[in-house]
Design a protein around this ligand. Sequence first.
Ligand SMILES: [Zn+2]
Length: 124
Amino acid sequence: MAFAKPESETVRVETDVEQVLTGLQVGLNGAKGTCCCCGRELYDGHCVTVYAYRTAGHDEWNLPRVYCRDCNAGMLETPTLGTAEVVATAFLGVMQVAASQSTRLVLTGVELEEYSGPDEGSDG
Ligand SMILES: [Zn+2]
């Protein structure tokens, strides 16, 4: 007994990306990140632009690039086929990790700027 799936399913924009990216850890351990462009240190409360991607078939988003506001790239470079990519702005926040008695820098207030689905891009 199944209801018909909504026809909009074929155009599945990942509206939950903002939620998924929220809380994602920035940088390594500790409450400090680094702008990948100018090397400036990033702390709690900074506004940043991030580039994240997810390879088709994987649920996990990778966060290879974090930019400070001055270096704000804000745009996708060349879309990569087979990869979902986003550029988003966010504020940095500090999350306490009770179990390890440490803090980590995470993304909060994520707003999606650009999205490129896995069907976009070229392999040439
Ligand atoms: Zn920078």
